[in-house]
Design a protein around this ligand. Structure first.
Ligand code: KG4
Ligand code: ZN
Length: 339
């Protein structure tokens, strides 16, 4: 690569991520994050109680060029010095993904640089490879976000194997829907966490779905329905008076299921390290309980800084280090994929 011909330094990668409602660009230098810029549209979508794909795509379009500029500026380099460009191509909202894919293609084509396609979930897993204290495979990853909830065996840098995943709603989706019902706004995870601080997690005995045997799949839709029923049976005054208790109990049920399945996976399998990723991994009670579980079992736990849990482009750059760079013009016909 032109930048450091003859040197053994890792390539500089400019990464873009626009799969949902965050417009993100980052520059990574091996496992080091040189810059990681995220523009959240949460306030825009809060108005609608959730992400509106076309609104997200339009905002990505407005923001993406300046976010890339800021990422390059903060990294202290210009596009010329970048060795390759990476972008999330799947899964996500198709109209949102397309903005990132087309921007990355244009940037790469204009400078004749290679392009690397990244799977968003692999990005969440690969966030664990970043400094500080990079975690190297093998490890067990719990990824919980607004679109996905899964346990993955990470045996190599280039891929992951799904051991269990949600059969219905994702953990973050359940928190978002629960928060909407409780009138706490969007995104629901942080709103529920804040409200729950003043509540009693044992106030409402919400169900924790546990599949039979040693299954590692998750299910959150029954929990959501249970909240709907409990809420329906409370009068207006009680709904307000018990909102913190409802939030705390609901959050505890989501966290308990995540922790229970994580413990099952640890019991099943000889792991000595665990990584948490995805937006829900920003949750304080989840982090505390994972720390308690891992310390009890003598397993190393990699907790990411919050900005590497929620959607970001540094994690896409991290996965791209182990992806396949495609030389110009091989990527000009690339598309995005929702699934
Ligand atoms: O990974 P992410 O930013 O985007 C997706 O790939 O979906 O995750 C977003 C999800 C949302 O459902 C949001 O409510 C949840 O992560 N989340 C949280 C917290 N921060 C974000 N859930 C619980 N506690 C938090 N502090
Ligand atoms: Zn995500």
């Amino acid at each position: 690569m032109a930048r450091r011909a003859g040197l053994l330094s890792p390539p500089l990668i400019l990464a873009l991520e626009t799969s949902c409602d965050d417009t993100c660009a980052a520059v990574v230098d091996g496992a080091r994050v040189r810059s990681n810029v995220t523009s959240s549209q949460a306030e825009v979508h809060a108005r609608y109680g959730g992400v509106v794909p076309e609104v997200a795509a339009r905002h990505h379009l407005e923001l993406v060029n300046s976010i890339v500029e800021v990422a390059l500026e903060r990294a202290g380099c210009d596009l010329e010095r970048i060795d390759s460009i990476a972008v999330t191509t799947h899964p996500g909202l198709i109209s949102a993904l397309l903005v990132g894919v087309n921007s990355a293609k244009s940037l790469a084509a204009a400078t004749r640089k290679p392009l690397i396609a990244v799977d968003h979930i692999h990005g969440h897993v690969a966030a664990a490879f970043l400094v500080p204290e990079p975690l190297e495979p093998p490890f067990l990853a719990l990824v919980a976000s607004g679109g996905h909830t899964l346990l993955a065996a990470v045996s190599e840098h280039t891929s992951y194997e799904i051991l269990g995943q949600t059969l219905d709603d994702a953990a973050g989706e359940a928190l978002d829907k629960g928060a909407r019902l409780l009138g706490l706004g969007y995104p629901g995870g942080p709103a529920i966490e804040r409200e729950a601080r003043d509540g009693d997690a044992a106030a409402f005995p919400f169900p924790v779905a546990m599949s039979h045997g040693h299954g590692l799949d998750f299910s959150f839709s029954g929990l959501k329905t249970a909240l709907v029923y409990v809420f329906r049976d409370l009068d207006e005054g009680a709904r307000a008076a018990r909102r913190a208790d409802l939030a705390a109990s609901f959050q505890a049920a989501v966290v308990s299921q995540l922790i229970a399945k994580l413990e099952r996976a640890l019991e099943a399998g000889g792991w000595d390290a665990v990584a948490l990723g995805g937006g829900v991994a920003a949750n304080g009670p989840l982090r505390d309980r994972a720390a308690e579980l891992c310390s009890r079992r003598g397993v190393r736990l990699k907790l990411l800084p919050i900005e590497l849990c929620t959607d970001n482009a540094a994690m896409i750059g991290s996965a791209a280090r182990f992806g396949e760079p495609v030389a110009y013009p091989g990527y000009l016909d690339w598309d995005a994929a929702a699934r």
